[in-house]
Each structure stands twice: as C-alpha cells, then as structure tokens.
Design a protein around this ligand. Sequence first.
Ligand code: UD1
Length: 399
Amino acid sequence: MTNFARGAAPRKILCVVGARPNFMKIAPIMHAFRAHAPQVEVTLVHTGQHYDYAMNEAFFTQLGIPAPDVSLEVGSGSHAVQTAEIMRRFEPVLDEHDPDVVLVVGDVNSTIACALVAAKRGVKVVHVEAGLRSYDRAMPEEINRVLTDQLCERLYVTEREAIDNLAREGIQRERALFVGNVMIDTLLHNLPSAVPAAQTISDAWAKNGAPANAGAFLRSPNGYAVLTLHRPSNVDEPAVLARLLDALTTISLDLPLVFPVHPRTAERIRASGHGDFLASPRVLALPPIGYFEMLGLNRDAKVVLTDSGGLQEETTALGVPCLTIRENTERPITITAGTNELVGTDPQAILAAVAAILREGGKRGRRPELWDGKAAERIVADLVGGAWSQHATAAEAHA
Ligand code: UD1
C-alpha cells in the first residue's frame, strides 16, 4: 500500500460513515470537498451500521449527501461482531481504492473499526470531532473515542478543551486543530428548511386517525418538551428505565412530550412491560423522524430532555434549554457556554429541573466559539493543503 509523502497534499480521500449521527457530520464535509474536485478525489464508504430507511437513507436525501460509492451492509450485532464485521469488509475496499487519507467522524463503532484497519495498513487517518471525553469507560463511545484518537495523524476538535484531553493522553498538541463543529454547520445551513413542530405533531396525530388530539396537545399552555433516550445506561437496565419513565410520566402532566423513539428504546420499553407509556395521551411517540422534522421540533420546544450527544450541541446552537439525562458529558462547552444542564437520572432532580424551567424559562446561553457554519471548510482547507502531514506520523510520535 502506497502512502503519500510527508508534507504533500493528499489527492485521494476516503470518507467513512455508518450510523445516524455520522450523516449530519459528513454532509458539510462532502459539500466542502466539491470545491476541490477533480484534483481531490473523494470516495464515500457507508458501513451500513444503521440501515432502516428512517435512520439512514432519509438523511442522505434531506441533507444532499451523495449516494455512497461503497456500501458494506454490516447491519446490527454485538459490539464485537459489528466492529469485526466492519473491519473484515472494509479492508478489501481500502486495498482497492488505495486512498492517501481515511477520514472518520464521531464515535460510533464504524469510526474505530475503519480507523483501525487503515492505521494498520499504513494509511493516514484523520478524525473529525476528536478529543471529546466523558471519562466514563462504561460508555462504548468513550472507548471508540480514545482508541480512534490514538490512531490518527490529524485531530479536528469542536472545542478548545478537547486539545487538553488529547495532550493528557500523550497526543502532541500540533496534531490537533480547533475548527468548530460540523454538526452545527449542518444545523445552520438547514434551519430554513426546518418543518414547524405544529405540522409534525398534527401530521403524526392525523396518521393515528385522531387529528383532534393534536390541537389539545399544541394548545398546552406550557408548550411541549422533546424527549429522546437511547443510551444503554438508561434503557438497557429495566429498573433504571422504569424509574425514568415514571418521572417522565409525571412531567408529561404539565408538559406534553414529543418522543421520537430509537428502535432499541422501543424494544426495551415494550420488553420491560411499559408499553403504556408510549400510548399515553400526553406522550406523542413517533418512529425515528427526518432531520428537518427534528430540527423544527427542537427549535420550537420549551425544553429538550435527552441522553444524546448531538442534541446537547444542537440545543446550544438553537438557544433552547436542554436537560441531559446522564451523569457526565463529553461536550462540556454546552454547559459552560450553552443551554445544557446535566440532571443525571435521579427522578427528583429531573422533576425539579423541569419545574424550574417552567417557572423561569430556563438557561440562556451563547453559541460557542467557531460554531459558525464554517467548520467543514476549515477542515477541508487544512486537509487538502497537506501541511499537517509534515508532522511525524502517529506511530513515530508514540515511539
Ligand atoms: C449507535 C451508536 C451511538 C449513537 C447511535 C445513534 C455505537 C457504539 N453507538 O447506537 O453512539 O448515538 O447509534 O442512533 O456505535 N436498529 C434498527 N435499525 C437501524 C439500526 C439499528 O432497528 O437502522 C436497531 C437494532 O435492533 C440494533 C439497535 O437498533 O441492534 C442498536 O443499533 P446499533 O447500531 O447497535 O447501536 P445504536 O444504539 O443505534
């Protein structure tokens, strides 16, 4: 396998996506690469970690991401099986395309799997959204983050603190570049296309054959809250899930909940005998929805209750209060600068935080530094310039 010379500009770049949160990150990067065609040749590989239309293809269409050049169609499995299957299927693709650089985004299993294959083949890897740390190794994404960053030649970060996190793990500061947040590039670019919440809510009720309920739901004096839950720590343990659903039922009496349900969460709720939560007249449970619909729901919400990483950032950019149902976050800037608050999983703390928002309106924040819609342009300019590749390789630096 050839590798381009130190300090040279890469000409062949292979980008990897796999799961839903990757799609909003790759969209502006693919767009920014277009300005460098045909000198820079970009290949998009989709691992197929997420495969349902609503979790996958719908985002390619709405966000204008070109169809993948290669689809690995790995599907679901245990972490080991899924990661191994991605590696096994990615290696021949890498050999065939022989890129100068592999670009990975985020922290999902596809990210670490492809970074590991490429690094072992001697291909330079760059990571978008590097350096975020929850310091909680019980989170599968934390393991993916730490290992991916160790393998990368270039680390693009969304907040300055991430560079300190990398330095603590022995990664030279010169390898990192603070560029801003590609997820927020996508948000700012697509805000004009956001579907108003009122429309998404009435469409959903109409589909259920009960359009009259939508009016009552929307006329609620407090507005509504958006709820998302999918972290294994919240949904895999029946006792934890039951406690959370109890608290959320109480909240829904004051503040109706719009709940786009992740497939794993729907399965866990039903399996634990709490399916009635999804049928409550104060809870509008939706199947996974499109980006434009979600953007409108978040923008118009009183508060967002979530355990997602991306939503913590999106609510900060939108200026909407966010209560994060986790004990830690890898995105501290959303707390120090933004509208995010960590409430943990204790029902009393969650209820008190929602009551405070209903009383006082919730936390005001500002948009963090460089979350300005131009992160992808900065990444692509740096990447195709090639100056970053004059540093010693990751392998040499750690020798
Ligand atoms: C993955 C990411 C997580 C990210 C989340 C966003 C890892 C370790 N986790 O978690 O960081 O926040 O995506 O959604 O990579 N399923 C479907 N249809 C699909 C995909 C999945 O029904 O298109 C179901 C399957 O039953 C599967 C389960 O959802 O077993 C979980 O999917 P998986 O990709 O394993 O992890 P996520 O929980 O989605």
